[in-house]
Design a protein around this ligand. Structure first.
Ligand code: TEU
Ligand code: CA
Length: 533
């Protein structure tokens, strides 16, 4: 029952995890060869970023066939083998379900170009204004227009993301039936559930222009609308048949909106990924960075801990820069890496780790636009160029925010290829792999990797860390402290988010410190994390 409340979930970005056949691209046999690593970490489930057929405009988030595996990643037999091999280790597989849009290479879309086809209404088509104007004034997530003209149909189609990601039209009931079949297909293969991509924007209530002219113009016509809840309740019927688990990526949600999606009584999703804590170092959109202030971050975490009974706890994924340079300190790389590990593994909720986080991987060290792959970065660069933003400034902005920061290949070993590949990798490997790699950390009991394993084990041993209540104690400018309580059991966590020491008045026996000290007397060293009993 609710296995996901006790599990640690690990996200794999297949392209960058492990190459097995020397083509520079991570693949499914590569994942299978690394299952022991996940087992050692105590992983209960893998969230697999998309492995379906895709022309890779957005690395798999543009699906051209939901029932086939991208040949770059292997075959359906490999996928079945992965489900089986993971299962033998007690590891479940969660697929990434991308159903807001498909690739324009999907045959539904190709058919849809023909107005007489049964697929004609699978997407949002519009002739646009008489004078050749776009159908409305909405803006897309990737910094470009969200309408593209199709010369064959002589109409525009809606795409909230990249040009080759066309939004599906759920006003047509046939679309939902297709999705239901796809769910059954994968659940029959033995997957345990889904991570649902941008799940709170499925339903567009109308294609009217927006009166708001802020960023994401038009979002009032698709953000968290009743139509989406309706779709989710229908999908839930299938999930319930299989006992499947679902976590939805929900953009721009408030706690209330999040409860509407994953409240127990709602029978929609089990969990949601919210973004507020990831937005506390920016103004509204990620392109407008501001200095990270720990206090804002703590207050946000406390708010979500209180507002939701159960949160998806994460600091990294394939869309976000790495957490150490962002919330921690590169100067105190090891200490802050362990401190962030402590945070993720001791808050109340289901912890999600992103590949490489367990060895403290940092952002890319690219110096030129040419080295990037991320479609979002490329689009934004184009837009900025249009506004005559100088190259240096464009690069500065993009380097800080690019999703490729988290997408460089996993650093298994030092040396060329980093144990990831014997070929030229699809995306550059960070040169710091000589200093940050799993092989070195495996032999080091004081490494970030050892700390993750240790805390993951502690979390499995101590029910209070999994099911206990969350009680905030301190959320200051430097220190975040809280207690977990279950019956008579009490554990206190104190984290110093600062290069300076900090004093706290907490009592209890020292259970863990990332400074490997014997006793704790109230002074936290820079980036020290302690757990007291
Ligand atoms: O992300 C949705 C989403 O909101 C992101 O586009 C976010 O705005 C951006 O990445 C912040 O940098 C999901 C997937 O996680 C992402 O990888 C896909 O590109 C996107 O949906 C489209 O499928
Ligand atoms: Ca490969």
């Amino acid at each position: 029952m609710e296995w996901w409340k006790d599990a640690l979930i690990y996200q794999i970005y297949p392209r960058s995890f492990q190459d097995s056949n020397g083509d520079g691209i991570g693949d499914i046999p590569g994942i299978i060869s690394r299952l022991d690593h996940l087992q050692e970490l105590g992983v209960g489930a893998i969230w697999l970023s998309p492995v379906y057929c895709s022309p890779n405009a957005d690395n798999g988030y543009d699906i051209s066939d939901y029932r086939e595996i991208n040949p770059e990643y292997g075959t359906m037999e490999d996928m079945e083998e992965l489900i089986d091999q993971a299962g033998r280790r007690g590891i479940r597989i969660l697929m990434d379900l991308v159903i807001n849009h498909t690739s324009t290479e999907h045959y539904w879309f190709k058919e849809s170009r023909d107005k007489t086809s049964p697929y004609a209404d699978y997407y949002y088509w519009s002739p646009g204004g008489a004078d050749g104007a776009l159908p409305n004034n909405w803006t897309g997530f990737f910094g470009e227009d969200c309408w593209e003209f199709d010369p064959q149909r002589c109409e525009y189609y809606l795409h909230l993301f990249a040009r080759s990601q066309a939004d599906l039209n759920y006003h047509n009931p046939a679309v939902l039936e297709e999705i239901k079949d796809i769910l059954r297909f994968w659940l029959d293969k033995g997957v345990a559930g889904f991570r649902c991509d941008v799940i709170n924007i499925l339903w567009k209530d109308s294609l009217e222009s927006s009166k708001k002219r802020l960023a994401l113009t038009g979002s009032e016509h698709y953000l968290s609308l009743e139509g989406t809840h309706d779709i989710l309740r229908q999908l839930r019927e299938i999930w319930d048949e299989y006992g499947a688990f679902t976590v939805g990526e929900s953009v721009f949600v408030t706690p209330q909106r999040a409860r509407d999606l994953c409240g127990k009584d709602r029978r929609e999703l089990d969990l949601v990924f919210s973004f507020e804590h990831m937005e506390c170092d920016q103004y509204f959109l990620k392109w407008f960075k501001r200095k990270f202030r720990p206090k804002i971050f703590f207050d946000c975490l406390v708010k979500w801990q209180k507002e939701l009974d159960w949160n998806a706890i994460y600091l990294e994924n394939h869309d976000q820069p790495r957490s150490i340079p962002r919330f921690g300190s590169e100067k105190f790389w090891k200490e802050s890496g362990k401190l962030l590990a402590t945070l993720v593994l001791t808050l109340r909720g289901t912890p999600f780790l992103y590949q490489g986080q367990e060895i403290g991987m940092t952002n890319f060290d690219f110096t030129r636009m040419r080295q990037l792959n991320d479609v979002e970065s490329k689009n934004v660069d184009k837009v900025l160029r249009r506004f005559h933003v100088p190259q240096k400034l464009r690069w500065k902005l993009i380097a800080k925010t690019s999703r490729d920061n988290a997408r460089t290949p996993f650093q298994w070993e030092g040396g060329e290829g980093a144990g990831f590949t014997s070929a030229r990798p699809w995306l550059g490997i960070n040169h710091n792999c000589a200093a940050i790699n799993l092989a070195d950390q495996e032999g080091d009991g004081d490494s970030i990797w050892s700390w993750y394993k240790d805390l993951s084990a502690l979390r499995r041993e101590r029910e209070v860390l999994r099911r206990g209540e969350f009680v905030p104690l301190e959320a200051g400018r430097q220190v975040f402290a809280y207690r977990r309580e279950l019956g008579e059991e009490r554990l206190t966590v104190a984290l110093n988010f600062s290069d300076d020491p900090a004093q706290v008045s907490l009592d209890g026996q020292l259970l863990r410190s990332n400074y490997r000290r014997e006793r704790f007397e109230g002074i936290l060293q820079p980036w020290e994390a302690v757990i007291l009993e």
